[in-house]
Design a protein around this ligand. Structure first.
Ligand code: ZN
Ligand code: ZN
Length: 133
């Protein structure tokens, strides 16, 4: 059994590849690089939005990020999903810590009706905004 160096072995088994250099940059990985750059840019943008939001609402509730709800929406029917955040007193806004008042609002559409909602007297928040996710 003759002994080969790895190069000699390649030459013997793949003679057509003799002298051919491997590509310097695999296109597959070039795509991945771009993808990672885009991904990083995306997350950086989200972080910038979050910082701007935090700056705008310095008194927001840290427990729920100003949403008034904790937990995530899940497709699992067994999952209770988001629940009211209890880190603030019931009559406080989770976005600016201002006072909430109960308002009756008219919902238009296919089933027009009146609904009671909690609205912030200071910033008009109503469980409809929070730190960008
Ligand atoms: Zn909260
Ligand atoms: Zn508020």
């Amino acid at each position: 059994m003759p002994e080969f160096t790895p190069d000699e072995y390649d030459d013997a088994v793949f003679p057509e590849l003799r002298g051919v250099k491997p590509p310097q940059h695999d296109p597959l990985f070039a795509d991945t690089d771009n993808f990672l750059d885009e991904e990083a840019a995306y997350w950086k943008e989200r972080e910038t939005e979050r910082e701007a939001w935090r700056k705008q609402w310095p008194n927001h509730c840290r427990a729920c990020g100003g949403w008034g709800l904790v937990g995530h929406v899940s497709i699992d029917p067994q999952d209770p999903g988001p629940e009211p955040c209890e880190a603030m007193p019931e009559d406080r806004c989770h976005r600016c810590s201002g006072e909430l008042e109960t308002k009756r609002i008219r919902i238009e559409g296919d089933f027009p009706r009146w609904e009671q909602v909690m609205v912030c007297t200071v910033c008009h928040w109503s469980f409809d905004d929070g730190e960008p996710q």
